[in-house]
Design a protein around this ligand. Sequence first.
Ligand code: GLV
Length: 332
Amino acid sequence: MAPIRVVVTKPEYAKAEATFRAAPDLDIRVSDWPEEIVAETVREHRASAAILGVERYTGALYEALPKGGILARFGVGHDGVDKPQATAHGLLVANTPGVLEDAVAEHAIALILGVAKNLNPFVLAMHAGEWKPRLGFELRGRTLGIVGCGGIGRRLARFANAFGMTVLGVAPNPAHAAELRRDWGFAEVHTDVAAILGRVDILSLHVPSNEHTRHLVDADFLAKLRPSAVLVNTARGPVVDEVAVYDALVAGRLGSAALDVFEAEPYIPAAPGKDLRTLPNVLLTPHVSSSSVEACQRMALASMENVRRAAAGTYDAISLINPDVLAVLDVR
Ligand code: GLV
């Protein structure tokens, strides 16, 4: 069988090069960004599939791929892909759930411990030749709020239990509450985030980015948290109003923010003069929570598997985000 022609964006290819190279049935072309270049590479290579990172795709790529082709996310979040546009062009959109939960939940724990143990100020001071000890805090006995109790939120709850934390969850579907309490270590599960805000020491976000979650964490939300609270975001930048977070941190209405994701990436301040990097009570990482060697290998394997299944027409086995495309393809 002729190899499947695939375009992979450069950062994703670099994260798992050996795994991509070891796929003899795929003819892979690596592409730079922005979208116009990815689209041009798809056309030149006559590719039917594109394996993509988190970037936003608004138009050219949907024109470039043939009907029945696939936009395969290397990862879970698919907010960068315009699903209605993909569906209208008969393109499958897929992601890779189930392979990066440990990586992201571990990163959330790293951020929480980093704040609790003052790692950011200590590292900065040591590198500046200064010796500036101060007190940290322990996790045992603290309350962690988890907003979004999917695979990542559940893993994080387990890890937090191991540290002796009490975990309060927020999940939109009340049908999941019993399972979350029984199997995943949540002490309570609520449908409304307002039920936990004033009770948590640390709040960690694990919701997708969409029109319902945009600026979920705004000035009103922050005002309901304890002034000592720690906000952790490994989900998506637009879920948090960074100007409101900056203002709350400066005013002492929020203890600390530990953020891996930002409204604009690479990070640029959301408003002039509101640069989070200038504040002492932040811990910032460059959208890397799923970027463990192991998770990247698994995301490469899973995204290539989605590509193969699209080419073979075995759509049921694909982790499909836009099932309505099957009607466009006359499959259902
Ligand atoms: C990473 O941010 C992902 O969506 O997988």
